[in-house]
Design a protein around this ligand. Structure first.
Ligand code: 13P
Ligand code: ZN
Length: 270
């Protein structure tokens, strides 16, 4: 069998395997049509001296922006055009590991195959740069197309600041407990653009999950499983809202009193 950078590196393999597991969930949930969605994970902490001298297996590629905190960092990235359902089984054929070069504006692929990273790399890497700069323990970022959450953004009502957050939190107590910073909203911007990356960065200062209007969500957390969990609880709330509407009534939602009680009991920030 062909050798892999994951061979004899159990911690690195575990991180990549978590990405594969989440990719399978995204497909099962119907959030990952065709090549929809992307994942990147900062794996620099698992990089040993042998990896540091691995030769590039691609040309030098430009990120499109300069990100000073990423000097010498390494990332696992889903490949552009690759399917989550394929990545779930073959993560190193549908994604690759990249090294950021010393100019902080370019990168090379080092393993296992020259799979070109996701088209949303500017957003992902800008976010990782900001996370490192702000001393955050977050290492993973996820972009996905969760059906019911995206559907909400087709109504102006839910694009108002924190309107969707309040509704989603009030559907079931766990949503606020496990997505305590709520859902930020970013008005529509061209996919993969630097403008979208900049807007995502600004919104992540206040939220762990942000919505790209009429497109999908972008979530960050310590690892990819936790980032997925935050999106999953939000989308569960959207499903409860829709189920009630389908039964012919507007759901009441938890009362302000109940929400306040929750926030105190769980020591939540907002
Ligand atoms: P990639 O296949 O380039 O990752 O793009 C998928 C996507 O969802 C773009 O927003
Ligand atoms: Zn997308």
């Amino acid at each position: 069998m062909k050798s892999s950078i994951l061979d004899n590196r159990p911690q690195l393999a575990a991180e990549v395997n978590k990405v594969a597991e989440v990719a399978g969930y995204l497909w099962q949930k119907g959030w990952a049509e065709r090549n929809g969605g992307n994942i990147t994970v900062n794996i620099t902490e698992y990089v040993d001296d042998e990896i540091k001298v691995m030769p590039a297996i691609s040309e030098v590629k430009q990120i499109g922006t300069t990100l000073p905190h990423l000097k010498g960092c390494y990332f696992y990235c889903k490949g552009t055009g690759k399917r989550m359902r394929d990545l779930a089984r073959w993560p190193m054929d549908n994604g690759s590991i990249i090294r950021i070069l010393d100019d902080c504006a370019s990168y090379v692929i080092i393993a296992d195959n020259p799979v070109q990273p996701t088209s949303e790399l500017p957003s992902h890497l800008s976010v990782h740069n900001w996370l490192i700069g702000s001393g955050s323990p977050y290492k993973a970022s996820l972009h996905t197309h969760p059906i019911e959450l995206v559907a909400l953004t087709h109504s102006k009502k839910w694009l108002e600041k924190d309107a969707a957050t309040r509704m989603l939190w009030s559907m079931i107590p766990e949503t606020k407990a496990f997505c305590p910073r709520g859902l930020g909203i970013i008005p529509y911007k061209l996919p993969s653009s630097i403008e979208l990356a900049d807007a995502t960065l600004a919104e992540l200062a206040d939220y762990d999950v942000v919505m790209w209007e009429k497109h999908g969500v972008f979530a960050v957390d310590t690892d990819i499983m936790s980032a997925f969990d935050q999106v999953d609880v939000l989308n569960k709330s959207a499903l409860i809202y829709i189920a009630a509407k389908n039964m012919g009534f507007e759901p009441e939602g938890m009362t302000d009193e109940q929400m306040k009680e929750m926030s105190i009991a769980f020591n939540l920030p907002k």
